[in-house]
Design a protein around this ligand. Structure first.
Ligand code: ADP
Ligand code: MG
Length: 543
C-alpha cells in the first residue's frame, strides 16, 4: 500500500460534500451570506425541492467585480482576516468555503451590485469551471442562482430524496432563520406556491405568530433574562398545552444550533417524563464564549464550560416560572375573593367522607358548578376556571403529606385486617416507616397478616381496596421513596371522577387549593385547572 496526497480536485469535492449535503444546506449557507451582507429582505425561490433550482435574492451590500470574482474561490472570505478573529465571530459565515463548494457541484450564477444605479456584474461557474464574468443590470444586493445541484457528482445526486422531502427540509431551515431574524422580511416560494411571505415584525413573538399563528403564541409563556454575561428570550409551552411531540429550537446569537443536552435539560422543567414542552430559545452571548467551528455545517456549537449551560438557563427558567405562578395565584385569589359572600357562612364538609371534627367554617362561594361529576366550573372576574376535582384534591393531600410535621391518627372503630401475598408483604415492609410517619398505625399480627388500626386524619377516604391499590402501584415501581409513596396515597385517597360534590365541598376544595404554594399542577405534573378568559371567548366568537 502506498499513501498518496489526494489531488486538489478530489479534496474539494470531498469538502464540498461536508458543507453542501443537500438543497437545504445550500439554502442555509446562502441565507447566512445574505444576512451577513446586511439584507433587510430575502427572497427564496426553489424548484423541485431545490434540486433543479435555488434562487436567493437579497438587498444587502452586494459585491463589486473583484469580490465577485474571488467569492467562488475556495477559502475566500471577507469576514475574518487574522487567526484571532476566529475567536469572536459576529457573522454567520467565516469558513469561506460555501460558495466555492456550491460552485464545484452545480451551475452557479451570481449577480450583484454595490450601488443603486443597476450597475452590477455577474459571474457564472459550471462544475467548478469559470465561464464568464461580465457586467449586468442588477439592483443593489445579490442574486444567487444554483442550478442542477450535484449534476457534476452523480453519486451524490442519487442520494437526494423526493422533491417534497427536500422542500420540507428547506422550509425547516428558512423557518429557523426567519424566527431568529424578525427584522428581516422573508419570502419563500416554490414553482407551485408561496410558502410564506413574512413582513417586518418587531420581535420574536411577532415572528412566531406570523409563522405558527396567533393561537399558538398564546400556548407559550415568554421568559426573559438580562444577565451580565448572557441574555435570552425564551418561549416555552404552557403545561396545559404540551403535546405528544415537541419542537425545540435553540439559537445562539441568532445562529440555530442543535444540542441534545439542551433538549434533555428543558424536558426536566415540568418534572414528569411525559412533559416535553416546545421551546424556542434565543440566546445572546459574547462570541468569545462559544466555539462555532466544531461542525462543518456549523450546526453545533460549544459553550465555554464556566457558563454552566444548559442547566444554568433551565434553572433561571424554572425560577421565573415559579414567580409567574405566584403572581397568577395572587391574581386569581383576589378575583375569587371578590365574590365570596361574607354573610353566607356555611359548614364545610367533604361529602359523606368528612369527619365531624374536621368541619370548618368557610364563606360560601356561589358561582360554581360541578360538570359531569368531574370538573368544578368557577366563574370569576375575568372568565371561567375549570378545575379537575380529582387532581385538585390529590394535590391538596400530597402537599399536606409532604409539609405537615405533626400528623394525627384517626383510630378506626373497626380495624382493617389484611392477609398479604409475599411480594405485597415485602412491599409493605419497605414502606412501613413512611406510612407510620404520616399517622398510620399498623400492627403485624403474624407473618403476612397486618391490622390497620389507625389512618392519617387528613385522609378523607380509606378502605381495604385503597390500601391494596397503593401496594399494587408501588410494587411495580423500580424505586420507592417517600415522595412516590405520598403521591400514591394522595392519588388513591383523593375524591374521584364521578364523586358528586356539594357547593360547600367545592368551596372548601377551592379554598384549600389556593392556600397551596402551587395550586396549578398535581404531583404528577398534570394541570389542576384551566382558565378560559372572557377575552378568549370574545375573540373566538369574532366579537
Ligand atoms: P463565508 O460566508 O464563510 O465568508 P462564503 O463562501 O459563503 O464564505 O462567501 C464568500 C464571500 O462572498 C463572503 O465572505 C462575502 O464577502 C461574499 N458574499 C457571499 N454572499 C454574499 C451576498 N449575498 N452579499 C454580499 N456578499 C456576499
Ligand atoms: Mg457564507
Amino acid at each position: 500500500m502506498k499513501i498518496k496526497k489526494l489531488p486538489e480536485e478530489i479534496v474539494y469535492k470531498i469538502r464540498a460534500g461536508e458543507v453542501i449535503e443537500d438543497p437545504s444546506s445550500c439554502v442555509k449557507e446562502l441565507i447566512e451570506n445574505s444576512i451577513d451582507a446586511g439584507a433587510k429582505r430575502i427572497e427564496i425561490y426553489v424548484e423541485e425541492g431545490g434540486k433543479k433550482l435555488i434562487e436567493i435574492k437579497d438587498d444587502g451590500e452586494g459585491m463589486d467585480k473583484e469580490d465577485l470574482s474571488l467569492c467562488v474561490e475556495p477559502f475566500t472570505s471577507s469576514k475574518i482576516e487574522k487567526i484571532e478573529d476566529l475567536k469572536k465571530i459576529f457573522t454567520f459565515g467565516f469558513r469561506g468555503e460555501a460558495l466555492s463548494a456550491i460552485a464545484k457541484v452545480s451551475r452557479l450564477e451570481i449577480k450583484s451590485s454595490i450601488n443603486s444605479n443597476f450597475e452590477g456584474y455577474e459571474i457564472y461557474v459550471e462544475g467548478g469551471e469559470r465561464k464568464y464574468l461580465k457586467p449586468c443590470a442588477h439592483p443593489k444586493g445579490t442574486t444567487v442562482r444554483v442550478k442542477d445541484l450535484f449534476f457534476s457528482v452523480p453519486a451524490r445526486r442519487k442520494f437526494l430524496k423526493s422533491s417534497a422531502h427536500e422542500l420540507k427540509k428547506i422550509v425547516q431551515v428558512v423557518t429557523k432563520y426567519a424566527l431568529s431574524n424578525p427584522e428581516i422580511k422573508f419570502l419563500l416560494k416554490t414553482e407551485r406556491e408561496e410558502v410564506f411571505n413574512l413582513n417586518l415584525v418587531k420581535d420574536f413573538e411577532g415572528r412566531i405568530s406570523e409563522l405558527f399563528g396567533e393561537d399558538y403564541l398564546k400556548e407559550l409563556i415568554k421568559i426573559e433574562k438580562e444577565g451580565k454575561n448572557f441574555s435570552f428570550t425564551l418561549f416555552i409551552s404552557r403545561p396545559e398545552f404540551i403535546k405528544e411531540n415537541s419542537t425545540k429550537i435553540f439559537f445562539v446569537n441568532k445562529r440555530p444550533f442543535y444540542d441534545n443536552s439542551f433538549i434533555r435539560a428543558f424536558n426536566t422543567i415540568y418534572s414528569e417524563k411525559f412533559k416535553s414542552p416546545d421551546v424556542f430559545l434565543f440566546l445572546f452571548i459574547n462570541p468569545e464564549e462559544i466555539d462555532v467551528n466544531v461542525h462543518p455545517q456549523k450546526l453545533e456549537v460549544r459553550f465555554s464550560s464556566k457558563l454552566g449551560f444548559p442547566f444554568r438557563i433551565v434553572n433561571i427558567v424554572k425560577n421565573k416560572l415559579d414567580e409567574k405562578k405566584e403572581n397568577k395565584k395572587i391574581e386569581l385569589i383576589k378575583a375569587l375573593k371578590g365574590d365570596f359572600k361574607k354573610e353566607n357562612i356555611i359548614q364545610l364538609e367533604f361529602g359523606e367522607m368528612a369527619k365531624k371534627e374536621e368541619k370548618r367554617e368557610f364563606p360560601l362561594y356561589e358561582d360554581l358548578w360541578q360538570f359531569e361529576n368531574t370538573y368544578i366550573v368557577v366563574k370569576f372576574e375575568k372568565g371561567l376556571l375549570i378545575i379537575d376535582q380529582h387532581t385538585a384534591h390529590e394535590k391538596i393531600i400530597y402537599e399536606r403529606l409532604i409539609k405537615e410535621k405533626n400528623f394525627k391518627t384517626l383510630y378506626l372503630a373497626f380495624p382493617i385486617i389484611l392477609k398479604l401475598k409475599p411480594d405485597e408483604f415485602y412491599t409493605f415492609k419497605e414502606i412501613q416507616d413512611s406510612l407510620e410517619k404520616i399517622g398510620f398505625d399498623i400492627r403485624i399480627l403474624k407473618e403476612r397478616e397486618i391490622q390497620i388500626e389507625g389512618i392519617p386524619e387528613l385522609i378523607k377516604r380509606f378502605s381495604r381496596e385503597i390500601f391494596f391499590d397503593i401496594i399494587y402501584s408501588l410494587k411495580k415501581e423500580r424505586k420507592i421513596d417517600p415522595e412516590n409513596i405520598y403521591k400514591e396515597i394522595a392519588c388513591k385517597s383523593a375524591i374521584k371522577q364521578g364523586d358528586i360534590l356539594k357547593k360547600e365541598d367545592m368551596t372548601g376544595l377551592l379554598i384549600e387549593l389556593f392556600a397551596l404554594d402551587d395550586p396549578f399542577f398535581c404531583p404528577h405534573g398534570r394541570p389542576v385547572m384551566i382558565q378560559i378568559n372572557k377575552d378568549d371567548l370574545d375573540r373566538r366568537f369574532g366579537r
